[in-house]
Every structure is written in structure tokens, then in C-alpha cells.
Ligand binder design. Structure first.
Ligand code: PSU
Ligand code: MN
Length: 336
């Protein structure tokens, strides 16, 4: 990829959609949604319908959805229909972690944002609540591959509340929880004292803190702010209902095969997570996809309620760098 592809000198500040900007200025609840799960975590064309469905879920819970992606070198917070369509359907959409943002901006590239890139952009724009499926984390085989998702370290220094169904079960869950502890990221079990297992209701690992209402989560967020330490994320771990989880025996069996194949084929880096997720969906006859979707839907709905409780408790103004889409004439790339 050539970094000279675009010399546009526009700032890297996120561009807010009119709806998101309006919600932030009027202190209405907003929920950030990541786009990697749409572009690289779910099969086409169903991913587009799901992207729209997730936004509708946020709206019906009284909040404004802000799906985040980078399009033509500009970080976007809140996508219109055509932009969402592009993220879901364009096979050239890259996978952008936090470290990829600057090269993507400089090159004028387009890509879906992972948890790390989404959380970074959302927090920078003044958003406080974010929903995803499962966080990235420490991969099994870490001793050999040193593969730990950039999600963890980015969350350790970003003031955002992330609602997730735990971390993806393809990971080393105990090691990931240990890393979250080392990095100082608080983890709340939502209605449970067990850390959820993404496709599974429980990973079997304990969590130290349990909350039962969105108001309780908002109270923890307020306490974080009152303490006034360095920014750090709050992980709200929300399990899939037991009736909707993947059969644990099937899960373990298919995952073992997928991990073996991943190693045999030497798959590494950014490709690992999409490969394993796809293999799980195939190996379970689609059941893993349904459990994944149930988890994401539940997280999105809960995030909207948390954003509502938070907005009711703490009216705030948006970060100063958040700005509206400029008129085309003001864009230096347009020849100013
Ligand atoms: N959760 C899902 N599907 C996904 C992901 C999470 O249900 O596709 C994505 C998220 O964007 C997460 C990323 O940040 O996987 C982690 O990738 P990696 O392990 O390469 O850091
Ligand atoms: Mn990785």
C-alpha cells in the first residue's frame, strides 16, 4: 500500500454523523458499535442486515447508534445507509486495529475498526459506551506466538465502558483475565459471578464484581470519574442466556479441530481471529453464528440502557476535537 496515495491534509479527528453530533450536544445517550465484526466476523450478505438490526436495537432502546469505521482515510462515527453498506459488502475493507489508524488515514484507505480502534476513536469523540461481541485477548499458544490482541492494552488506557460477552472463547480465557488484572481494567459480571464464555454462558472463571442494573454500571462509571485516575476502560461482561448458548461439548470439540488446523496451516497475525470464528461457524452447522449474534444483540441492547442511565446521571459536553462533517469546500483535499 502506498502512503503517497493521498496527500490530503485533513485532520485525523473523527467525523461525526449529524445524528451522533446532535445527540452528543443535547446529552442524549449514544452507543459506539464496532465494524470489524460486521466486515470480517460475519458472513455476507447477512452481515449487512445484522449491522442495520444492531443500529435499530440501539434506537428502540432510546439511544443513538454510532457505528465506527474508516472510509477513504477519514474516521467516521455514525454511518449513513450507503456507508454501512460499504463496510458490510466491500471485500476490500481492511481490518484496522488502533495502530493501523495513522497509516490508513495517510493512505486514504478504508477499513473496519476492531475493538481497539473503535474504542480509541469513540473515546476521542466523547462517547462513553461501546458494544461488541467478544473482546480480543491472549491467544492459546501465546508462549510460541506472542499473540495478544491490541484490544487489551488499548482498553487499559481508554476511558470507555465496553459491553461484551466476555472474550472470544478461541482465546486463553484465564490468561486474558490475568492480563486484564495486570493492566488494571475493571471487569463487572452483569447478573453473574462467572466470566461469560462468548458462545457459552460461562467460561467457568470467576469475576470479582457483579452488577444487576444499568444504573449500577453508571454508578461505577461515576466512581471511576470521581477517583480521577488515568483513563481506563470498564468491561461489562454480559452472558448469553443459557437457553441460547452453543452446546458446550460441541463447542470444545469443534474449537479443538479449528485450533489444530490454524496451527497446521501456519495462520498468524490478523488472520487468526477471523479464521477461527469462521471455522467454528462451519463446524457447528451455523449454531456458533446464532450464539454469536444472540450475544451481540444482548450486548447492544444492554449498552443502550447503560448509555441511557449514564446520560441521565451525567450531562456532559462532547470533546472539543469532535466536529461535524465539513462542507466539501473546506476540505484541503478538495484543492484549498
Ligand atoms: N468479536 C466478534 N467478532 C469479531 C471480533 C470480536 O464477535 O470479529 C473482532 C473484534 O473487532 C476484535 C478483534 O477487536 O476481533 C480482535 O482481533 P485480533 O485478535 O486480531 O486483535
Ligand atoms: Mn492477534
Amino acid at each position: 500500500m502506498s502512503l503517497n496515495a493521498s496527500r490530503s491534509a485533513h485532520s485525523g479527528a473523527p467525523v461525526l454523523s449529524p445524528e451522533v453530533r446532535d445527540a452528543l450536544t443535547t446529552h442524549r445517550p449514544v452507543v459506539a458499535l464496532e465494524s470489524t465484526i460486521i466486515a470480517h466476523g460475519l458472513p455476507r450478505p447477512r452481515n449487512l442486515r445484522i449491522a442495520a438490526e444492531l443500529e435499530d436495537l440501539v434506537r428502540s432502546a432510546g439511544a443513538v447508534p454510532a457505528t465506527i469505521a474508516v472510509l477513504d482515510g477519514r474516521p467516521r462515527i455514525g454511518l449513513d445507509k450507503a456507508q454501512l453498506d460499504r463496510v458490510a459488502m466491500d471485500p476490500a475493507m481492511r481490518k484496522l486495529g488502533h495502530r493501523d489508524l495513522a497509516p490508513a488515514l495517510a493512505a486514504g484507505a478504508s477499513g473496519a475498526t476492531t475493538v481497539s480502534a473503535t474504542a480509541f476513536l469513540a473515546a476521542r469523540a466523547g462517547l462513553r459506551v461501546f458494544a461488541t461481541g467478544g473482546l480480543g485477548g491472549v491467544h492459546r499458544e501465546w508462549v510460541r506466538s506472542q499473540d495478544e490482541s491490541a484490544d487489551l492494552r488499548l482498553l487499559a488506557r481508554t476511558g470507555i465502558t465496553v459491553v461484551c460477552a466476555g472474550v472470544k472463547s478461541i482465546l486463553d480465557v484465564p490468561a486474558t483475565l490475568q492480563r486484564l488484572e495486570t493492566l488494571g481494567v475493571a471487569v463487572l459480571g452483569y447478573g453473574t459471578d462467572r466470566f461469560p464464555g462468548f458462545y457459552l454462558t460461562s467460561s467457568g472463571e470467576p469475576v470479582d464484581w457483579t452488577v444487576r442494573t444499568p444504573q449500577e454500571v453508571a454508578a461505577v462509571m461515576r466512581a471511576q470519574d470521581a477517583l480521577g485516575g488515568a483513563d481506563s476502560a470498564l468491561v461489562v461482561a454480559n452472558p448469553v442466556p443459557a437457553a441460547d448458548q452453543l452446546d458446550p461439548a460441541l463447542h470444545d470439540h469443534v474449537l479443538a479441530e479449528a485450533l489444530a488446523e490454524c496451527q497446521e496451516r501456519g495462520i498468524a497475525g490478523q488472520a487468526v481471529t477471523p479464521f477461527l470464528l469462521e471455522r467454528l461457524v462451519r463446524g457447528t452447522g451455523g449454531a456458533a453464528l446464532e450464539a454469536n449474534l444472540t450475544a451481540v444483540r444482548g450486548n447492544v441492547a444492554l449498552a443502550a440502557r447503560i448509555a441511557g442511565a449514564w446520560a441521565a446521571a451525567v450531562p456532559r459536553s462532547p470533546a472539543p476535537e469532535a466536529r461535524q462533517e465539513p462542507a466539501p469546500r473546506q476540505d484541503p483535499a478538495a484543492g484549498a
